[in-house]
Design a protein around this ligand. Structure first.
Ligand code: C2E
Ligand code: MG
Ligand code: MG
Ligand code: MG
Length: 278
C-alpha cells in the first residue's frame, strides 16, 4: 500500500521535476525498499532545559543506511523523499515509531518527543485525523507529542495552516517552528500563529561566540519571542561559550552536540540513566 502511494506520487512529481539525476532514481528505489521493509530508523537527540540543566524532551531524527551500511544523510534523502512523495509513508512511519518509543522515554523522565514534519504531510487533507489515529493507536497523550514545522510550511497556504494549527492546539499538541530565522516570516507574523516554540537555526549559533551580528540576531529573536510568549530552543549548541551567551540572553532550551548527538533509543535510555548534565 505504501509502495502504491509512493509510485503514484512519483509519477506526479516526475512531471513536475524535469531533471531527476540517475543517482536520484536509484536512491529513490532503494528508499522505497527501506520504507517497505521498515529498515528506516529513528535516532533521538536530547533537548536541555537551561534552567534546570535537565533533559526535558527529545527530537526524533530519521536515519537511513543502505544494505552495505552506507549512511545517507537526511539532508540528502529528506528532500528526495519530499520530491517523490515518499515522505508521506516515511513520515507516517516516523510519527508512529516516535509515539511508540515515547512510552519508554516517558518512563525515563522525558516529557515529550518532537517529530519533524514536511509540507506535504502537513497540508494533506486528512493530516489532523492521521495524527489523532496515531495517538489513539499508540495510546499517546497529546502533550507527549510536539511537531516541528518550518516557517515555509506555514507561509504556504496560510489559511489552511492556521486552521490546522488551531486544531492541534485545541487538542493539546505543541508545535515548534524549526530552523527559525532562515525564512522570511518575521516575528510580527508569528504572533498570529498558534505555536508554542521557536527553534533558532544552527546558522546563528555556529559562530555565536565570534560574531557580534549573530549575537545581536539571537538576542533579538529571544527578546521578541519572550514578548509574544514563545519558548526558545537554540539548535546546534557545541561549546560552553555558546551556552554562557545563550543563558545570558535568556534562552530557555538548548540542543546540540555539546550535550549529546542523536542516538538510538536503547543508547538514549542508557545515557539518561547515567547523565548528570551541565
Ligand atoms: P532539523 O530538524 O533542524 O534537525 C536538526 C539537525 O541538526 C539534525 O540533523 C541534527 O543531527 C543536527 N544537529 C544537532 N545538533 C547539532 C550540532 O551541535 N552540530 C551540528 N553540526 N549539527 C547538529 P540531521 O539529523 O542530519 O537532520 C537534518 C534535517 O533533516 C533535519 O533538520 C530535518 O529538517 C530533516 N529531518 C530529519 N528527520 C526528519 C523526519 O523524520 N521528517 C522530516 N520531515 N524531516 C526530517
Ligand atoms: Mg527539527
Ligand atoms: Mg532545526
Ligand atoms: Mg535544520
Amino acid at each position: 500500500q505504501a509502495k502504491q502511494q509512493g509510485r503514484n506520487h512519483w509519477q506526479f512529481y516526475t512531471q513536475q521535476r524535469q531533471s531527476m539525476s540517475a543517482s536520484d532514481i536509484i536512491l529513490r528505489s532503494q528508499l522505497q525498499q527501506a520504507i517497505d521493509n521498515e529498515s528506516l530508523k529513528l535516532f533521538y537527540q536530547p533537548i536541555i532545559d537551561f534552567t534546570s540543566g535537565k533533559i526535558v524532551s527529545v527530537e526524533a531524527l530519521m536515519r537511513w543506511s543502505l544494505e552495505d551500511s552506507t549512511a545517507i544523510s537526511p539532508v540528502e534523502f529528506i528532500p528526495l523523499a519530499e520530491a517523490t512523495g515518499q515522505i508521506i509513508p516515511a513520515g507516517a512511519w516516523a510519527l508512529k515509531q516516535a509515539c511508540t518509543d515515547m512510552k519508554k522515554l516517558h518512563a525515563a523522565g522525558i516529557q515529550r518527543v518532537a517529530v519533524n514534519l514536511s509540507a506535504l504531510q502537513f497540508h494533506r487533507a486528512n493530516f489532523f485525523e492521521q495524527i489523532e489515529q496515531v495517538l489513539n493507536e499508540t495510546q499517546t497523550p497529546p502533550d507527549h507529542l510536539e511537531l516541528e514545522l518550518t516557517e515555509s510550511i506555514l507561509m504556504e497556504n496560510t489559511n489552511n495552516a492556521i486552521s490546522v494549527l488551531q486544531r492541534l492546539r485545541e487538542r493539546g499538541i505543541r508545535v515548534a517552528i524549526d530552523d527559525f530565522g532562515t525564512g522570511f516570516s518575521g516575528l510580527s507574523y508569528l504572533k498570529t500563529l498558534p505555536v508554542t516554540k521557536l527553534k533558532i537555526d544552527r546558522a546563528f549559533i555556529k559562530e555565536l561566540e565570534h560574531s557580534s551580528s549573530d549575537q545581536a540576531i539571537t538576542q533579538g529573536i529571544i527578546n521578541m519571542a519572550q514578548q509574544v510568549g514563545l519558548e526558545v530552543i537554540a539548535e546546534g549548541v557545541e561549546t560552553t561559550d555558546q551556552i554562557t551567551l545563550l543563558k545570558k540572553f535568556g534562552c530557555g532550551y538548548g540542543q546540540g552536540f555539546y550535550f549529546a548527538r542523536p542516538m538510538p533509543l536503547a543508547d538514549l535510555l542508557i545515557f539518561l540513566q547515567n547523565s548528570d548534565l551541565i
